[in-house]
Design a protein around this ligand. Structure first.
Ligand code: 5RP
Length: 223
């Protein structure tokens, strides 16, 4: 099975976690796009979705699913999103699509995080995938030095030769050379550095369930 087929498989499998009659939280990325395609079949049975990015909002609306502002709904029953890495405890690296801040906001508003991923995303220890960090641009060079002091290398993410600008009008640092043995501690520490908006380690908002696409079918991991 190709990676794309595995993504389709888990995108469809996630439908069983959507609560009929309740607003669903929707993440971002290519795996989530498969979920949105599958969700179109349920559109009459849910009021709509809260979205974590402009791209997902556009996909949801194109599929005929109403999108609500997070401030206009209360707690969300379930949040479906992908990951760049997921460890054996449900902690994740996210933000490969630069949507990490809104993803963490919607995850925090949700009772249950269901991660959908192909098996290439499963790791023992987080850190091989560079950790995305959304930052305030004036803090860039100081944060680069702060990561260097940790033994890591932080690079500003570029698009078309210029710093990528997120949905929130900010920049992204991609931090490589990390081995994150204690994701809760790492997230808590980096999150309080001045200039950091969101660190793309999801340990406080970890997954409750992961639907992992494997050639043998969907494997369900419960954390
Ligand atoms: C976007 C994300 C995505 O969920 C993550 O990058 C996985 O993406 P994909 O499903 O395309 O592999 O965190 O900010």
């Amino acid at each position: 099975m190709t990676q794309d087929e595995l993504k389709t498989l888990v995108g469809q499998a996630a439908l069983q976690y959507v609560v009929p009659g309740a607003v669903v939280g929707v993440g971002s990325g290519s795996t989530v796009n498969k979920f949105i395609e599958a969700l179109a079949a349920m559109k009459g049975r849910i009021p709509g979705a809260v979205s974590s990015s402009i791209a997902s909002t556009e996909h949801l609306q194109a599929a005929g699913i109403p999108v609500f502002d997070a401030n206009d709904v209360g707690d969300i029953e379930v949040y479906i999103d992908g990951a760049d890495e997921i460890d054996g405890h449900g902690c994740m690296i996210k933000g490969g699509g630069a949507a990490l801040t809104r993803e963490k906001i919607v995850a925090a508003q949700s009772r249950r995080f269901v991660c959908i991923a192909d098996e290439s995303k499963q790791v023992q220890v987080l850190g091989r995938f560079p950790v995305p960090v959304e930052i305030i641009p004036m803090a860039t060079q100081r944060l680069v030095r702060q990561f260097a002091a940790m033994g890591a290398t932080a690079r500003i993410r570029l698009r078309g030769g210029q710093p990528l600008v997120t949905d929130n009008g900010q920049h992204i640092l991609d931090v490589s050379g990390l081995e994150i043995a204690d994701p809760v501690r790492f997230e808590s520490e980096v999150n309080q550095w001045p200039g950091v908006i969101t660190v793309g380690v999801f340990a406080h908002q970890k997954a409750a369930v992961c639907l992992l696409g494997t050639p043998g079918g969907v494997k369900t991991l419960v954390f």
